[in-house]
Design a protein around this ligand. Structure first.
Ligand SMILES: NC(=O)c1ccc[n+]([C@@H]2O[C@H](COP(=O)([O-])OP(=O)(O)OC[C@H]3O[C@@H](n4cnc5c(N)ncnc54)[C@H](OP(=O)(O)O)[C@@H]3O)[C@@H](O)[C@H]2O)c1
Length: 324
């Protein structure tokens, strides 16, 4: 049992849980899904809603469109459900096929076709948020802004966000857009820590922060851009999946001890750690297991109650080294 203090209530935590739909829809190939996958999606959506989640995250490419399609099936079976949810999807990644390489595509033609395909599969007239999935180095900003403007004017999307973008990329894009960028989705977790390492490794040689440009979090906070964390459960590394390293074992043990002491689940501790950060991070939960989804529901409480000492203890254990 841990001796860490448990209740230092603070007002800076926040964010919300988001349900990530990448696990729904069966296989990643072209094979069609069946009734079992529709039932699985219905159960996952129900578990997510029971956990207080209203925002559901998609992408045109998840399971070759089948994640959106199976979600659309569930919506079609439940009249009125669409209006009770927020749906977010993504565009701009083209997977390899037809002899062409995997690539990024922010051309107007691809974006319009992608959104129309998503709406058709989801069986809805609009998505609440469209995210640009990963920057296309060949993007023409004026062309992109024109496509986004058309989608907004036509009511097919209600807001725009981005994913996997740095502060500099967001600023450049925002300069050309009339609509505010409302979210940036990035991989952030207790397992993927470059987002927080970058805050303390200025002037240091350690490479823990590789891949996360300085200032991305701060820029989002200052501009009211919601930070969404994908891979937030670290694919179960600290909550039941076999550990890979000594640091993982020690961290999983600490997570478990804290969960017991706080009368909660390991998942809530892992997500609560992320949500304790004042940038108001919203974890995207990728489990399709209803019990695991339910196990995430306590994360906001844990974030609100997690002491500074417990937060640093978890981070130090996960990095396997003392703070610089
Ligand atoms: N923007 C982007 O570029 C991007 C990239 C990747 C993902 N995403 C979004 O983020 C969401 C979450 O991403 P993610 O799925 O990679 O991350 P995650 O939520 O950290 O991991 C979920 C995966 O880990 C498994 N898992 C978790 N805990 C487990 C445990 N204790 N034992 C066994 N398996 C466990 C889940 O299996 P079960 O289903 O069996 O629970 C599921 O396959 C996706 O659904 C998607 O919406 C966005």
């Amino acid at each position: 049992m841990t001796s860490f203090p448990t209740a230092t209530s603070n007002s800076t935590t926040g964010g919300r849980l988001i349900y990530g739909c990448m696990g729904l829809g069966g296989s990643w190939d072209d094979a069609p899904y069946g009734a079992a996958e529709v039932d699985q999606a219905a159960a996952a959506i129900d578990a997510a809603r029971q956990a207080g989640i209203e925002l559901f995250d998609h992408a045109d490419i998840y399971r070759k469109g089948k994640s959106e399609q199976v979600f659309g099936d569930v919506l079609a079976d439940a009249p009125g459900l669409r209006e009770q949810l927020l749906i977010q999807t993504k565009c701009g990644i083209r997977q390899a096929g037809d002899g062409l390489p995997g690539r990024y595509d922010f051309s107007a033609g691809h974006i319009m076709a992608s959104v129309n395909g998503s709406l058709q599969r989801l069986r809805t007239d609009y998505v609440d948020v469209l995210l640009l999935h990963r920057p296309d180095p060949l993007m023409d900003l004026a062309e992109l802004a024109g496509a986004v403007g058309r989608l907004l004017d036509e009511g097919k999307i209600r807001a725009l966000g981005v994913s996997n973008m740095s502060a500099a990329q967001i600023s450049q894009l925002q300069d050309r857009l009339e609509t505010p960028i409302v979210a940036n989705q990035l991989e952030m977790s207790l397992g993927k820590r470059a987002w927080v390492e970058s805050a303390v490794l200025v002037n240091r040689d350690e490479d823990f922060a590789a891949g996360f440009p300085h200032g991305t979090l701060e820029h989002a906070s200052s501009h009211g851009i919601e930070l969404q964390a994908y891979g937030a459960l670290a694919q179960g590394r600290y909550s039941g999946m076999p550990a890979q390293t000594a640091a993982d074992v020690a961290t999983a043990d600490l997570v478990q001890a804290l969960a017991q002491g706080w009368n909660t689940t390991a998942e809530a501790v892992v997500l609560g750690w992320l949500m304790r950060h004042p940038a108001r991070i919203s974890p995207v939960i990728g489990s399709s297991n209803p019990d695991r989804i339910a196990a995430c529901a306590d994360a906001p409480r844990i974030a609100a109650e997690m002491s500074r000492e417990a937060w640093y203890a978890l981070w130090t254990e996960a990095r396997g080294a003392a703070m610089p």
